[in-house]
Structures are given as structure tokens and as C-alpha cells.
Design a protein around this ligand. Structure first.
Ligand SMILES: C[S@@+](CC[C@H](N)C(=O)[O-])C[C@H]1O[C@@H](n2cnc3c(N)ncnc32)[C@H](O)[C@@H]1O
Length: 317
């Protein structure tokens, strides 16, 4: 049986915040400007979530807060500085600031490789080791499209391998003793709520802008989940046979603790740019902790991100 990677370090990290922070003392005599307070907020965000201060982040904050009188803005900044990373006020702010761009069938080259090469290998291995189980983690999956893509493709691969059947309605049904599980995680709880509902709209072509004809088999028409959703848009829900294999679990990668362990595959696509020099080792620790030995890690992003050598050894052994 595959061995589980020791979680000792992760457990330690779970009991401590990413980096210690002291409540900020209110500096009554300070004469701040909007720009200074924005810089302060960016530092507080970096400390809690590892998101690097940048010109675009600064511009977003300025747009959000420039209408506030400086004294009020400053008071709010003081208030926020006393709240932990897990506080909903911070989580909502970060969710609003993060780019949650995602859609079905994003990066089809990568998905094709997973479907045609990696998934058949994972299935073969699960058959050989007698676990008959494939578990996948999608880190930073935003509103869930990526997690569902992975479940669609894994179901197809399982069907192709003869471990799932097609029922009369076209549903792909996994045959016992096989089980598959895709866990989507994100720092934004709001995004994950959308993922859990699995209802997406074609507004501005959002979630469906990259979809191909074949993929519509996984969707059925749905009601808008909230009345305030965009009028005129159409909605689709991921069909039950596919969404039953997907669940969502909150995770802030720079806490260093994976949301789940013993994964056969962890995909981390288009989120590494959010981590700075101190956040990245913690995120690596989290990624390594999520995998079982010999599992596959996909880091997909423009940029030159490399896994530290000792993490590579940790995953391989
Ligand atoms: C551009 S989206 C990528 C979505 C998806 N992985 C994809 O490739 O389609 C970036 C996601 O990273 C998440 N994110 C940003 N900073 C994060 C952090 N410090 N910890 C965890 N997730 C973060 C955001 O909430 C957002 O959902």
C-alpha cells in the first residue's frame, strides 16, 4: 500500500497563523494619505495570504476606497489590522481583489494530456495497488469549473478503461469497487459556494467560453440560483452523475496545510503568481503534503516556478 507522507509539519502549521501578527496600535497623530493606507492594507494582505503588493492590487484598492474620507478609511484599516486571516471581512475583501478568472475547458492542451496520459496511468496504478480509488485536488479552483473539468475527464477515462458504464440517460456510472473524488479548494468561500451549487451562466460567455460540443453531455438546464443574477442569461447545472464526485474545501495555501492528503494528483493552475518569496515555500509544503508518494503534481502557469528539490524527494519517496 502506498505510504502516507508525514503530516507533522503540516499539523504544526495548522495550529499557527501563516505569520504571526500583532494587533496594530492606532496612531492618532499619524497624517496618512490614501496611498499610505493602501500600502498598509497591502502589507496586511501579504502577511495573511501571501499575496504580493502590486500596482494592480493598489489600483483595485484605490478604486474601492478612494470615495471614503481619509479618516474613515484609516479607521477601517485599523479595524482590519486586528482581524485574523480567517475573519470573513478579510476573506470577502481578498475574494473581491483576487482575479477569479476561470472557465470550463481552460487550457485544453493541459486537460488533453491529463485525459489521455495521466488519468489512464493513475487508473492503471489504482488497479495494480488494489485501492481502486483516484483522488484529485484542484488548488485555487475559484468557482469550481476546473474541479468539474477534472471529474468529467476522469469519468471518461474510467469509462474507456472499462470501470464505468453508460446508463440509458447517458450518465457515466462508476462501477464498484472503484471510487473517484475531486476536491476543489480556494481561499474564497464565496467562490466555493458557487462551485458547490454547480450552476453556471453564459453571461458574457463567462464559464462556457471555452467549452466544446462534447462537454454539454455533463450539463442540464437550471434555474438561476439567485434572483439578482444577470437577467437574460441562461443557466446550466453540472449533472448529478458528475457533480456527486466533486466537493469543495476551504484552504489558504500559505498556511502550509493541505485540505486533504493522499491525493493521486494535485493541480495548481494559475495561482502561484499570488505568492511571494515567503508564501511560496509554505504553498509548496501544502502541495507536497496533499500528495501520496509517487503521485502527480501539475503546476500550470506562465512563469518560472520550480519545486524545491527536497519537496520533490518528499513527493517521490
Ligand atoms: C485566476 S484564478 C485561477 C482559477 C483556476 N485555478 C483556473 O486555473 O482556472 C486564481 C484563484 O486563486 C485564488 N487565490 C488567490 N490567492 C490565493 C491564496 N493566497 N490562497 C488561495 N487561493 C488564492 C483566487 O481566489 C482565485 O480563485
Amino acid at each position: 500500500m502506498p505510504q502516507k507522507i508525514s503530516q507533522n509539519n503540516d499539523e504544526k502549521a495548522a495550529s499557527t497563523p501563516p505569520r504571526p501578527f500583532e494587533p496594530r496600535l492606532k496612531i492618532v497623530s499619524r497624517v496618512a494619505t490614501h496611498a499610505e493606507t493602501i500600502r498598509f492594507i497591502m502589507d496586511e494582505i501579504e502577511m495573511r495570504y501571501g499575496i504580493v503588493p502590486s500596482a494592480s492590487l493598489s489600483a483595485k484598492l484605490l478604486k474601492a476606497f478612494e470615495h471614503l474620507p481619509l479618516a474613515e478609511f484609516d479607521e477601517w484599516a485599523d479595524h482590519m489590522s486586528n482581524l485574523s486571516a480567517a475573519d470573513p471581512q478579510w476573506l470577502n475583501l481578498v475574494a473581491g481583489l483576487s482575479t477569479q478568472e476561470t472557465y470550463f475547458n481552460r487550457h485544453p492542451g493541459l486537460l488533453n494530456r491529463l485525459r489521455n496520459k495521466i488519468f489512464p496511468e493513475l487508473i492503471e496504478r489504482a488497479e495494480k495497488d488494489g485501492s481502486y480509488q483516484v483522488r484529485i485536488l484542484a488548488v485555487g479552483c475559484a468557482t469550481g469549473e476546473e474541479a468539474y473539468d477534472l471529474s468529467f475527464l476522469l469519468l471518461e477515462a474510467l469509462h474507456e478503461a472499462g470501470h464505468a458504464t453508460l446508463d440509458a440517460g447517458g450518465a457515466i456510472v462508476v462501477q464498484p469497487p472503484w471510487s473517484i473524488e475531486v476536491i476543489g479548494s480556494d481561499v474564497s468561500r464565496q467562490a466555493m459556494e458557487i462551485g458547490a451549487a454547480a450552476i453556471y451562466s453564459d453571461h458574457w460567455l463567462g464559464s462556457f467560453q471555452g467549452i466544446n460540443q462534447k462537454m454539454w453531455r455533463f450539463f442540464e438546464g437550471a434555474q438561476a440560483p439567485r434572483e439578482d443574477w444577470v437577467p437574460g442569461a441562461r443557466y446550466w447545472q453540472v449533472k448529478h452523475f458528475a457533480r456527486r464526485h466533486v466537493r469543495f474545501q476551504h484552504c489558504n495555501p500559505i498556511a502550509g496545510v493541505p485540505p486533504v492528503t493522499d491525493c493521486d494528483l494535485t493541480v495548481c493552475r494559475d495561482i502561484m503568481a499570488y505568492f511571494d518569496g515567503e508564501g511560496w515555500p509554505k504553498a509548496q509544503q501544502m502541495l507536497a503534503g496533499s500528495l501520496k508518494p509517487g503521485a502527480v503534481l501539475v503546476l500550470a502557469e506562465a512563469g518560472n516556478w520550480k519545486l524545491e528539490t527536497h519537496r520533490q524527494r518528499e513527493i517521490a519517496s
